[in-house]
Write a protein that binds this ligand. Structure first.
Ligand SMILES: Cc1cc2nc3c(=O)[nH]c(=O)nc-3n(C[C@H](O)[C@H](O)[C@H](O)COP(=O)(O)O)c2cc1C
Length: 371
């Protein structure tokens, strides 16, 4: 069946078949009513394309740079926790696939492989996603390890001061199975089980995130590392402006894959206003619900410098390991290339706001024609 996969979305059904229910639900589900989860994908379908014709697209160039690093396409890998539950090679397989595709992998604080193990897979460009623990020495150690291992940026996740409420996980009593460990966190209790056979380390760690995290900590982080810092989880123009004042190197418009606060807008719906608020001072990236090359194109047309994918990686990893992740990256790349060719865009610079039509564009032109 896997050989007939023709688009990224098809991996989800295969992952659902292959994975234990508890793991599949953990990867797939969103917070509470899961309104935002559906909306993240649905919102893309409300944006239409305005292709231009008779433009030479015999060559279509997808290359770009992120924080000065050249990558093969504006499609990167978002941090997703505990990838070994999907496949024994977990984060190592994902890192190899990203490196082979010439793009960035972001490694989660909650990875089931260590920073050093992931870095040892090869020359790929790695970013480290940071959760801030109450014990700041743990944070310092993590950041120093990432620097030493050659990671290129810190992605500070700012939308999880406390854990969102995913009801599937509550029903399933989700726990990291005790034979896995969180590779980045030195813990004497690794391998010890709770009463359900879950990892005690995992339960312990969840209680260690710092709900007092605030803007002062962004400043503090800048004093302990010279790596560029991207803030992941911005959804408002107000916070985007403050982020610029605090001197961050980039913003990731994200609602954590709809896993934190339900009834926040789809990320693609707030992207444009955030891009405008940032006024070109730093790159703005986006994640959430991106499953097609046309979705990537729409995000770029709204001003994103690049996009990140989350679930497609864990689902393809579950289905086919490293090969699956490679295919997902290739399918999205090929689809983006096709969309660009059919829209008259020989390079990313050619993609403009005029290449798309949103609901608000339609409402505006309807009200103009009524005048
Ligand atoms: C299974 C899973 C685990 C995740 N773990 C993390 C994490 O450890 N840190 C983080 O910042 N975001 C995490 N996220 C959020 C992703 O980085 C990303 O924002 C989101 O998945 C993008 O939406 P998409 O899954 O629709 O592509 C996780 C998402 C999923 C699906």
């Amino acid at each position: 069946m896997e050989s007939q996969i023709s688009n990224v979305k098809e991996y989800e059904a295969i992952a659902k078949q292959k994975l234990p229910k508890m793991v599949y639900d953990y990867y797939a589900s969103g917070a509470e009513d899961q309104w935002t989860l559906k909306e993240n994908q649905h919102a893309f379908s409300t944006i239409l394309l305005r292709p231009r014709i008779l433009i030479d697209v015999s060559e279509v160039d997808l290359t770009t740079t992120v924080l000065g690093f050249k990558i093969s396409m504006p499609i990167m890998i978002a941090p997703t926790a505990m990838q070994k539950m999907a496949h024994p090679q977990g984060e190592l397989a994902t890192a190899r696939a990203a490196s082979a595709a010439g793009t960035v992998m972001t490694v989660s604080t909650m990875a089931t492989s260590s920073i050093e193990e992931v870095a040892s897979t090869g020359p790929g460009i790695l970013f480290f996603q940071l959760y801030v623990f109450q014990d700041r020495n743990t944070v310092i150690r993590l950041v120093k390890r990432a620097e030493k291992a050659g990671f290129k940026a810190i992605v500070l996740t700012v939308d999880r001061p406390v854990l969102g409420r995913k009801e599937d996980d509550i029903k399933n009593r989700f726990r990291l199975p005790a034979h896995y460990s969180l590779g980045n966190l030195e813990e004497p209790i690794i391998g010890k089980k709770d009463e359900t056979g879950g990892s005690l380390q995992f339960c312990h760690i969840l209680g260690e995130f710092d709900p007092s995290l605030n803007w002062k900590d962004v400043k503090w982080l800048q004093t302990i590392t010279s790596l560029p810092i991207l803030l992941k989880g911005i959804l408002t123009t107000e916070d985007a402006r403050i982020a610029i004042e605090y001197g961050v190197s980039g913003i990731i418009v994200s609602n954590h894959g709809a896993r934190q606060l339900d009834y926040v807008p789809a990320t693609i719906m707030v992207l444009e206003e955030i891009v405008k608020a940032v006024r070109g001072k730093v790159p703005v990236f986006v994640d959430g619900g991106i499953r097609r090359g046309t979705d990537v194109f729409k995000a770029l047309a709204l001003g994103a410098s690049g996009i990140f994918i989350g679930r497609p990686v864990v689902f393809s990893l579950a289905a086919e390991g490293e090969d699956g992740v490679r295919k997902v990256l290739k399918m999205l790349k090929d689809e983006l290339q096709l969309t660009m060719a059919l829209s008259g865009c020989p390079s990313l610079k050619h993609i403009t706001r005029h290449h798309i039509l949103t609901d608000s564009d339609r409402a505006r032109s309807a009200s103009r024609s009524r005048l």
